[in-house]
Design a protein around this ligand. Structure first.
Ligand SMILES: Cc1ncc(COP(=O)(O)OP(=O)(O)O)c(N)n1
Ligand SMILES: Cc1ncsc1CCOP(=O)(O)O
Ligand SMILES: [Mg+2]
Length: 545
């Protein structure tokens, strides 16, 4: 796929490659891009960084570069960037002029570009990636870089908010090509009909969206989904601004609308808030479809904006449905055990039995390097034990074995099968958990409709070794607590000695391995961890009341 970048964004990417080359790195890393951004105060993103307190020299030196500007390699290019100008041909990443012999992109660097692309395209499928998109993607993708920014004086939360606002503004009022979209009510009966249809469906879409927002905000209480819905509302208003509201109002004739008093029995009856939610997602999709279809008569471009919104709403519907289902399915689960690598089946049976007696809610079988048949035998054993205890059973990595053993779900890491492919194999019902190591992976997993998340490694682990740079610390725990209500389990090196820190950072579910497998009495340790988790839940719900 060829990347569409604004010229300024392209220059920043080129600059990042040159920086990587200058430090003789085999790969271009996200830090090279951040250095390029920090060193370009005249770019829009550079300006934002400066406005939010960046001490550029400090950041550059933390990134391994010397003084500001002195590390620029190649011609001193200005990246002064007008906001993305609609109609300006975006420069292609593979266009001639790209520096040669540059270090190839690391996986992380590529992930940042992908993230920037998906942020840019949320608004419009053809929107090019600008420097602000790159900066937002960097901050959201990489917790270590976010931390470096904080250390270099940047108020990151405010910066993110400012970029988001700017991106919204950047879209600007709907500009209709050629003639503005005005419906002449003078003589054309067709236009009058069209105005009534568009007016009614615009109102229907707005109302349905508000009903959905209220559920997500007050019943689900999910900040990330609430923000996405707010984005949709904002874009819907902008798209509707492309219709001349004076004309629509003039065409409105509510008392004369033959549909006003017609209500089907289903419309009268709503058994519970979820039924209201489902009905309104349906209503919103239908209203957007109507807007899309009827706008085609006059303005295909405007129609396309409603089409993009409709697809986004379908995705959101799935995300909201998954969040509800997951909250219900794993709602009460607090303590999660990862078990594997034990010498015998007998050891496995004993540890899992003890852990379940101590109150473990979820058991994951995590074997590495055992033969498939042995793995399956162990999985079937854990299935039996968990079924008897009424606990949830998850298989790590392997969808095939999860299915054969009749597990409740599978757990996937960032390099395992994707949620989408796992769903193809397992169908809609099984739980799918995803490991996340930074804010953008959390967001991606929610978007992919994962059922729960693993968030970590919070501390160094005795079960799996990590480089110190991979330890996410309590920062990511706080971030998860602030952004999602999808069930998530903090993990990595958690035990009785540090549980309070993890709880204080906002976790209410933890996954442990060594703390139980290495305990003399897994049952007692599990009981103590579980009691403390439940106590924390009780205290925080008292505080909310
Ligand atoms: C609950 C939970 N969270 C994270 C992981 C780690 O998964 P992954 O990154 O795929 O690493 P491996 O466990 O496969 O080594 C997990 N297993 N469970
Ligand atoms: C598999 C894995 N992934 C992140 S931390 C971890 C191991 C958790 O085990 P422990 O609780 O012993 O650190
Ligand atoms: Mg894995």
């Amino acid at each position: 796929m060829r990347d569409a970048l604004t010229p300024a964004a392209q220059r920043l990417v080129d600059q990042a490659h040159r920086r990587a080359q200058a430090r003789s790195s085999p790969l271009t890393e996200p830090g090279d891009l951040l250095a390029a951004l920090a060193d370009q105060p005249e770019s829009k993103a550079g300006e934002l960084l400066a406005d939010h307190g960046l001490r550029a020299e400090e950041l550059l030196s933390a990134l391994g570069f010397s003084v500001a500007n002195s590390d620029r390699v190649g011609p001193d290019e200005s990246v002064a960037e007008p906001n993305v100008v609609p109609g300006e041909p975006p420069r292609d990443a593979e266009a001639p002029g790209k520096p040669t012999n540059e270090p190839p992109d690391s996986l992380d660097f590529r992930a940042v570009l992908n993230e920037a692309r998906s942020i840019a395209r949320r608004w419009d499928r053809n929107h090019p990636v600008s420097s602000e998109h790159l900066l937002l993607a960097l901050v959201e993708y990489s917790l270590p870089l976010r931390t470096l920014l904080v250390r270099a004086g940047v108020q990151v939360e405010a910066l993110v908010e400012a970029i988001r606002t700017l991106i919204h503004e950047d879209i600007g009022p709907i500009e209709v090509e050629d003639e503005p979209f005005r419906l002449d009510l003078g003589d054309a009966a067709d236009d009058h009909e069209l105005a009534r249809i568009l007016d009614a469906s615009g109102n229907r879409a707005r109302e349905a969206l508000r009903v959905i927002e209220d559920y997500v905000r007050f019943a689900l209480d999910d900040p990330m989904l609430t923000r996405r819905l707010k984005d949709v509302r904002h874009r819907l208003s902008q798209a509707l601004a492309g219709l001349d509201d004076q004309t629509l109002l003039a065409a409105r004739d509510t008392p004369g609308d033959v549909g006003t008093h017609i209500m089907t029995p289903e419309e009268r009856l709503r058994e519970h808030p979820r039924a209201v939610l489902t009905a309104n997602f349906k209503r919103l999709g239908e209203a957007l479809r109507t807007l899309e279809e009827y706008c085609k008569i006059r303005n295909v471009w405007l129609s396309g904006r409603f089409e993009v919104l409709r697809y986004d709403v379908y995705t959101l519907e799935k995300m909201v449905a998954t969040a509800i289902r997951s909250q219900r399915g794993l709602g009460k689960a607090r303590l999660y055990l990862l078990v594997g690598g034990l010498p015998t089946l007998g050891d496995l049976t004993w540890v899992v039995g003890e852990a379940l007696e101590g109150g473990v809610d979820v058991v994951q079988l995590r074997e590495k390097g055992v033969e498939d048949r042995v793995w399956l035998e162990r999985a079937r054993e854990v299935r039996l034990l968990t079924a008897r205890a009424g606990a949830t059973f998850v298989v790590n990595d392997r969808c095939d074995l999860a299915r054969l053993a009749g597990a409740d779900g599978v757990h996937l890491g960032q390099t395992d099968l994707t949620v989408r492919d796992a769903r193809r194999l397992l169908g809609g019902a099984p739980l799918i958990g995803v490991s996340t190591h930074d804010p953008s992976q959390i967001r991606r997993a929610v978007l992919d409709a994962a059922n729960y998340l693993g968030v970590g490694p919070v501390f160094p682990s005795g079960t799996k070794s990590f480089d110190s740079s991979e330890i996410v610390g309590l920062g990511l725990v706080r971030h998860a607590a602030e952004t999602t209500t999808l069930p998530w389990f903090a993990l990595g090196g958690i035990d009785e000695s540090n549980l309070d820190d993890v709880l204080e950072a906002g976790a209410r579910r933890v996954a442990v391995s060594g703390a139980l497998l290495r305990a003399g009495s897994p049952r007692k340790v599990a009981r103590s961890l579980k009691d403390r988790l439940e106590q924390a839940v009780a205290i925080s719900s008292d505080e909310e009341d």
